[in-house]
Design a protein around this ligand. Structure first.
Ligand code: PEP
Ligand code: MG
Length: 572
């Protein structure tokens, strides 16, 4: 059965399990937005006490930011420490304190005075050029933390804790998680987000069990003990010690089996299927190597630059790319050019116009065509990074729609000295006309996350639409087959790098549909390797045919599993 988001019965909540594993601990909530203190709110007459409260709140915020900075540094995140240190300085700015005091003297309550004093700074920064404008969100963060303290509200941002906890949030942005210590966060639970949302991708990358699209998650009281099963998609409230132990034992048994799953990817009868890692930058290389990736199948380069106000220099790009290429001296490294826009906005590449539906707007290769200098700089840096190294560099464009776009990209790559240009197939139009596109490039990589989003007209960021974003839908399997067939006819490789590749049963089906390599978040590799190794290519083909005959995603999954009997050995 596909995961059904929504409340379960009794003490079980059910959402979509997106990162396998068991995590048990108390709930800590990522607090939401802090409301604006009421306009004109006045204090009771004791201005001195009000000023003291405001000063104490600002100092507490500064000290807390500093402490977070030290924790970030201890986790090896020096950049994070710098940002937090700069924020602490802003909180201690004497000019700001004077502004707050003057507003309190005029009768305003401390929270309102803080809100307005920050407003003056905010306007100055916002109009002071691109770099400083990007600091506005840092300032808003300090303001919200201070106002929350003064109003007795939960402090926004990732909770600080010395003991392990389950992080509960409406949704998680990459910035929220920069400071997370995977040793302390035993599971993620979010109310929003589907199986292909960035919360899900991030959880798999960090190897943290996660359940998303869980209705009612934000109503879980702070400190409630929960047991999260990231494979089943369930959250058990107040579990007994026995339940926690049983769940942990089952999870440990599977982990032991997986430790034996090593070596290159292949079916039981030796049909090779390279298993590659999806990465967001050099920081993900350790996990990729640890889980036995044979190369990189998707390097999401925009992840390097998500929090940047300006385009990184050629040198900086080249260094990052070279580090990745050096990690796989004998493997393939597939780098995707910037996929800016929609769910991955980049401050330095704003969409050229107003976009009511960003997912249907200027993104991916469309954005690269709007900013040709950015594309050229990236291709130049990639070619320079690969020169003299033995790794096989392949470069692909995101969000390609037709053969003309594919030809444009291939030409730009070759002009920069990149010999193996490819494209992502994630727009249904590209899948439907795969034959035309295969003539233009060296390889395809199917992005099932966006392919599903677009084929089912279901925004991947909306948790309530999770059932529509299910790549098991026979319509999506048809599109994969329509892509893989013409690719094979033209002698082109056709991988899958969407999250579907990391689902062990679906991975077998994809291979049966003619997919030639699978790329996924590194922690998913062992289970996929083990599932493939237990089944022959014929079994995979039979599973694929059975799934395509089904009418619904649930039926497709059941039909495929009936042809893949040894998944049960893996507890699947
Ligand atoms: C996809 O769309 O399937 C994909 C791999 O790209 P992203 O998730 O980065 O959009
Ligand atoms: Mg995509």
């Amino acid at each position: 059965m596909p995961p059904v988001p929504g409340r379960g019965l009794g003490l079980f909540l059910r959402g979509a399990g997106v990162s396998p594993g068991i995590g048990a601990g108390p709930v800590r909530t990522l607090a939401g937005a802090v409301p604006e203190p009421p306009v004109g709110a006045r204090h009771g007459g004791d201005a001195a006490a009000e000023k003291a409260a405001a000063a104490a709140a600002l100092e507490a915020v500064a000290a807390d930011l500093e402490e977070r900075g030290e924790r970030a540094a201890a986790l090896g995140n020096k950049d994070g420490q710098e940002v937090l240190g700069a924020q602490a300085l802003m909180a201690r700015d004497p000019g700001l304190a004077d502004g707050v005091a003057a507003k309190i003297d005029s009768g305003l309550a401390a929270a309102r005075a803080v809100f307005e004093a920050f407003g003056t700074y905010r306007d100055m920064l916002a109009s002071a050029g691109e770099y400083l404008a990007a600091r506005v969100s840092d300032l808003d963060d300090i303001r919200d933390r201070t106002v929350a303290r003064l109003m007795g509200l939960p402090i926004p941002g990732v909770p600080v804790s010395d003991t392990p906890f389950v992080l509960v949030a409406r949704d998680l942005a990459p910035a929220d998680t920069a400071l997370l210590d995977p040793e302390l966060v035993v599971a993620f639970v979010t109310e929003e987000g589907g199986p292909t949302s960035h919360t899900a991708i991030l959880a798999r990358t960090m190897g943290v069990p996660a359940v998303v699209a869980l209705a009612g998650a934000m109503e879980l009281a702070e400190g409630t003990r929960v047991l999260v099963d990231g494979a089943a998609g369930t959250v058990r409230i107040d579990p007994s010690e026995d339940e926690v132990r049983t769940a942990r034992d089952a999870s440990a048994a599977r982990a032991a089996l997986l430790r034996e799953s090593t070596g290159p990817g292949a079916t039981k009868d030796g049909h090779r299927v390279p298993l590659l890692a999806n990465i967001g930058g050099p920081k993900d290389l350790d996990a990729a190597l640890h889980h036995g990736a044979e190369g990189v199948g998707l390097y999401r380069t925009e992840f390097l630059f998500l929090d940047r106000a300006t385009l990184p220099s050629d040198d900086e790009q080249e260094r990052a790319y070279r580090t990745v290429l050096e990690a796989f001296p004998e493997g393939r490294v597939v780098v995707r050019t910037l996929d800016a826009g929609a769910d991955k906005p980049l401050a330095f590449l704003p969409p050229p116009g107003e976009e009511p539906n960003p997912a249907l707007g200027e993104r991916g290769l469309r954005m690269a065509r709007a900013y040709p200098d950015v594309l050229q700089a990236q291709l130049r840096a990639l070619a320079a990074a690969a020169s003299g190294l033995p790794a096989r560099l392949e470069v692909m464009a995101p969000m390609v729609t037709d053969a003309d776009e594919a030809a444009f990209f291939a030409k730009a790559c070759r002009a920069a000295g990149i010999e193996r240009p490819g494209i992502m197939v994630e727009v249904p139009a590209a899948a439907l006309r795969a034959r035309d596109l295969a003539a233009e490039v060296e390889f395809f990589s199917i992005g099932t996350n966006d392919l599903t989003q677009y084929a089912c007209a279901a925004d991947r960021q909306i948790g309530g639409l999770a059932p529509f974003q299910d790549p098991w839908r026979p319509a999506i399997l048809d599109l994969v087959a329509m892509t893989a067939g013409p690719a094979a006819d033209a002698g082109r490789g056709c991988g899958v790098c969407g999250e579907a590749a990391g689902d062990p049963a679906l991975a077998c089906v994809l291979v049966g549909l003619g997919v030639t390599s699978l790329s996924m978040s590194a922690p998913s590799l062992p289970l996929v390797r083990a599932a493939l190794a237990r089944h022959t290519l014929d079994e995979c083909k039979r599973a694929a045919a059975a799934a395509r005959k089904a009418r619904t995603a649930g039926e497709a999954k059941d039909a495929a599993r009936a042809e893949l009997p040894l998944l049960a050995e893996l507890g699947l």
